[in-house]
Design a protein around this ligand. Structure first.
Ligand SMILES: NC(=O)c1ccc[n+]([C@@H]2O[C@H](COP(=O)([O-])OP(=O)(O)OC[C@H]3O[C@@H](n4cnc5c(N)ncnc54)[C@H](OP(=O)(O)O)[C@@H]3O)[C@@H](O)[C@H]2O)c1
Length: 230
C-alpha cells in the first residue's frame, strides 16, 4: 500500500481530519484538500500534503489542486469526497438560496473533485472513489431537512451512475451514509443527546479505509449505512 496515493476533500473538517489520519496511519500517501487556506485544530501528521485554499465549486481550482498532488506523489489512486455541509430550515421561514447552497457544498463539490481527479484515477487502474452521503437521505425527510437531504440524495445518485460508468474501467465508486457523527458542532447543537449512540469519525474512517482496500475490490455502487447505534 505504501506507494498508493489518495486525495481527501473537506480534509480540514472533523470527519476529514479523522479520515486523513486513518489513511496516513495505514500507509497511504495522503493529500488533504480543503477550501480553508490552513488546517485547523490539531496539526495534521507531518507526512500529509496539505492543499488548502481549493474551492471545489470551481473545476479550474480543483484541477489545479489535483495537479499539485500528482506532481508531488506521481500518481493518484483514490479520492474521498468528504467536503460538505448542513442546514436545517423550513420552507416557510428559510431562504430559497439554501437549496442552491446545499447543492453546491454537497453535490457540486463531489462532482467537480471527481471530474478533476478522473483522468489520473483512470490512468492508475484499480482506483477508488468514496463519497460521503447521509443516512438522513435514505429515510423520509423530516421537516426542515429538504435542502440537505435533496443534495445528499444527489450524492447517492452520483455514486450509482458513476459506478455504472466506470466499473469496466478500473474505478470502483461507493458511498458511506453516516448517521449523526460525534462532532463538536453536533455536541454544541444537541447538548442533551446521548452521544454514545452517534458514530465516531474514526469509525467512519475505518469503513472508508476498507472501501479503499483490496478487500473491497468487488464492491462498487454500494451505499453503506454507518449509523453507530443511531
Ligand atoms: N456531521 C454529521 O453529523 C454528518 C452526518 C452525515 C453526513 N455528514 C457529512 O460528512 C461530511 C463531513 O462532515 P463534518 O461534520 O466533518 O463537516 P465539517 O467539519 O464542516 O467539514 C467539512 C469541510 O468541507 C469543507 N468545504 C466546504 N465547502 C468546500 C468547498 N467548496 N471546497 C472545498 N472544501 C469545502 C469545509 O470548509 P469550511 O468549513 O471552511 O467551509 C470543511 O473543512 C460532510 O459531507 C457532511 O455533510 C455529516
Amino acid at each position: 500500500m505504501a506507494s498508493r496515493s489518495v486525495i481527501v476533500t473537506g480534509a480540514f473538517g472533523t470527519l476529514g481530519r479523522a479520515v486523513v489520519r486513518r489513511l496516513a496511519a495505514a500507509g497511504w500517501r495522503v493529500a488533504a484538500v480543503d477550501v480553508s487556506p490552513l488546517p485547523r485544530g490539531e496539526p495534521l501528521p507531518e507526512e500529509v500534503f496539505p492543499v488548502g485554499g481549493v474551492d471545489l465549486g470551481s473545476l479550474a481550482a480543483a484541477e489545479a489542486g489535483v495537479a499539485r498532488v500528482v506532481e508531488r506523489f506521481g500518481r493518484l489512486d483514490a479520492l474521498v469526497n468528504v467536503a460538505g455541509g448542513f442546514t436545517w430550515q423550513t420552507l416557510a421561514d428559510g431562504d430559497v438560496d439554501a437549496w442552491d447552497r446545499m447543492y453546491a457544498v454537497n453535490l457540486r463539490t463531489a462532482v467537480v473533485a471527481t471530474k478533476a481527479a478522473l483522468p489520473h484515477l483512470l490512468a492508475a487502474g484499480d482506483a477508488r472513489v468514496v463519497n460521503v452521503g447521509a443516512g438522513a437521505a435514505s429515510a423520509k425527510a423530516a421537516a426542515g431537512m429538504g435542502a440537505y437531504t435533496a443534495s445528499k440524495t444527489g450524492v447517492q445518485k452520483l455514486t450509482e451512475s458513476l459506478s455504472a460508468e466506470l466499473k469496466d474501467r478500473g474505478v470502483n465508486v461507493n458511498a458511506v451514509l453516516p448517521g449523526t457523527i460525534d462532532t463538536p458542532q453536533n455536541r454544541a447543537d444537541m447538548p442533551d443527546a446521548d452521544t454514545t449512540r452517534w458514530v465516531a469519525p474514526e469509525a467512519l474512517a475505518d469503513v472508508i479505509l476498507f472501501l479503499l482496500s483490496p478487500a473491497a475490490r468487488a464492491v462498487t455502487g454500494a451505499a453503506i449505512p454507518v449509523y453507530g447505534r443511531g
